[in-house]
Design a protein around this ligand. Sequence first.
Ligand code: HEC
Ligand code: HEC
Ligand code: HEC
Ligand code: HEC
Ligand code: HEC
Ligand code: HEC
Ligand code: HEC
Ligand code: HEC
Ligand code: HEC
Ligand code: HEC
Length: 288
Amino acid sequence: MKPYTFLLLLCLALTVRAQEAAQPSCGDCHDEAKAFVTNPHARGAVVKGVVPNDVCTTCHGDGAEHIESGGDKTKITVPRGLSGANDTCLLCHEETRGGMHANTNQVNCLTCHSIHKSDPRSPHLVAKPQLALCGTCHTQAASMRNKPFAHRLDRGGMTCSTCHDPHGRRAKGERSLALLGHLRTTRAGEAPCVSCHTEKRGPFVFSHGGLETGECTTCHETHGSSNPKQLVRATVQQVCIECHSPIAAATLGSQPPSFHNLSLPRYQNCTTCHVAVHGSNRDPQLLK
Ligand code: HEC
Ligand code: HEC
Ligand code: HEC
Ligand code: HEC
Ligand code: HEC
Ligand code: HEC
Ligand code: HEC
Ligand code: HEC
Ligand code: HEC
Ligand code: HEC
């Protein structure tokens, strides 16, 4: 090798090292950076398989002093708690502001989302599968897991957020499902149930009087039941008699005609005859 070639190479090497020293990557010291290549927050920004520091600093603040000090913890921001969530996440996710879950140090974006350690089975950077996550605060999860008649959650199909918008609004006292701010209604504003059980949607020529709004939860237990078909009562008869009492005084619906002898087993399972209990296009008595 000629001496000047050697010098040239040496110069080159030194320049490269100098540049590296001037711009260390967060990834030089943090494994979080490697995993971040597939994070939605790096989408479109990855350069040659490396996440540029700019991506990290959108949430962690300017890292220059942190790097210069060789990793002084006090010179870098970590978003934590409600203020961390508000000051960081809401910069870009304005649409999630003001929901029922984003108000306190105990419940905020960072309770449910983990930027670096989300569960691989849970899309959208959700920290853990929802039966476990939501179940830390809500008894409905245990009910859905344990009751014999329930939608099965977290097996790749349905989960809590299939029916609920976790960023939605609380609506205590509101009775119409379609108006509950925490439910995902269909585009037509109906209860989430009919997006899957479309045959129950209607409108029917003969709708089941008073239940036209599709309030499925009048008769079905949403979060799992001890009764077959997730009914609110142990037998079909009990569900019906709540409104169709043979005692005229206490009835919301019509009285069953007198030939209905409820002491006969034949009349006890109402839906063997009233098969179209969800509404009929053919028969006002919901018999077909
Ligand atoms: C979208 C916001 C966001 C981005 C972008 C981001 N982080 Fe974080 N990071 C957080 C939050 C929030 C925490 C606090 C831990 C938690 O709640 O998940 C955190 C924690 C950390 C921690 C501390 C880990 C711990 O458990 O104490 C390190 C180190 C870190 N991030 C490095 C990085 C690096 C490197 C990048 C770029 C590759 C990056 N972060 C990009 C939000 C972000
Ligand atoms: C020269 C190595 C080095 C570089 C480069 C570096 N860090 Fe660090 N970082 C450290 C060390 C060391 C710690 C302290 C770890 C500990 O004490 O657990 C740390 C801690 C952190 C923490 C956690 C702070 C806390 O309170 O727990 C975050 C977040 C972080 N770094 C983000 C970044 C980001 C973002 C970059 C790029 C802009 C970066 N770091 C670049 C070495 C580095
Ligand atoms: C600098 C803007 C910015 C900040 C700050 C930010 N995000 Fe994001 N976030 C985005 C973008 C952009 C996407 C990707 C959207 C896309 O590609 O569909 C995203 C996606 C997400 C997703 C959806 C991931 C998916 O797979 O659908 C979640 C959850 C999320 N961010 C939570 C947070 C949380 C929590 C914080 C606060 C720690 C935060 N973000 C901070 C811009 C930001
Ligand atoms: C109670 C738990 C919970 C809280 C608190 C929460 N999220 Fe979410 N978030 C979820 C769940 C669960 C999903 C997945 C929804 C789905 O499956 O469609 C999600 C999805 C997202 C998405 C992706 C797509 C979408 O539905 O918009 C973004 C972005 C997001 N969250 C940002 C945030 C931000 C920002 C905050 C804080 C203001 C926040 N989340 C607070 C549970 C939560
Ligand atoms: C860390 C505790 C916590 C976690 C985790 C949590 N929640 Fe909540 N949730 C609350 C609190 C507290 C409220 C009541 C808010 C209020 O009173 O304003 C609430 C309210 C609700 C409501 C509305 C109740 C009403 O009365 O209107 C629904 C629905 C709900 N959460 C569903 C979920 C789902 C689904 C998840 C999981 C994606 C979840 N929650 C995770 C604490 C939590
Ligand atoms: C099949 C749809 C569906 C699924 C799945 C679902 N919910 Fe609900 N949830 C509803 C409906 C509808 C309501 C409102 C009527 C009611 O209380 O039955 C509701 C109400 C709630 C309420 C408010 C209770 C109240 O008294 O107003 C909470 C909290 C809740 N759900 C949590 C959860 C959690 C946690 C999960 C997951 C473990 C979950 N839900 C899964 C449909 C669903
Ligand atoms: C995401 C689609 C989906 C949504 C939304 C949904 N269901 Fe279901 N439902 C199913 C599936 C699939 C089954 C059967 C498998 C199972 O049990 O998980 C089922 C089963 C049922 C059953 C029991 C059927 C039987 O033969 O035992 C009832 C009752 C029911 N759902 C009512 C409802 C009600 C009420 C709602 C709204 C609160 C609702 N469903 C929302 C998909 C859905
Ligand atoms: C008036 C009470 C009542 C209302 C309201 C009601 N159901 Fe039912 N549903 C029943 C009864 C009773 C059965 C059991 C029928 C049987 O076993 O013969 C049933 C059965 C079901 C089944 C399982 C069998 C089948 O027919 O597919 C599904 C799914 C179902 N209902 C969904 C819904 C949905 C979705 C809504 C709201 C749109 C709803 N139900 C509203 C009383 C009701
Ligand atoms: C929440 C109350 C309620 C429940 C529960 C209920 N119904 Fe009804 N049902 C009504 C009302 C209200 C009408 C309309 C009555 C009228 O127009 O006088 C009606 C109408 C009917 C009709 C049509 C005949 C008529 O008088 O219009 C039949 C048949 C019927 N119900 C059967 C049933 C059966 C079977 C069940 C149990 C699976 C049931 N109902 C549960 C409230 C209810
Ligand atoms: C063996 C078949 C059968 C069974 C079981 C049965 N019904 Fe009926 N039900 C009928 C027939 C048929 C009619 C229509 C009578 C008519 O058109 O005069 C009817 C009519 C009705 C009506 C309409 C009354 C009106 O004013 O038009 C109601 C309400 C009713 N049944 C409720 C019930 C309830 C509640 C049960 C369960 C306790 C039940 N039925 C079980 C066959 C049955």
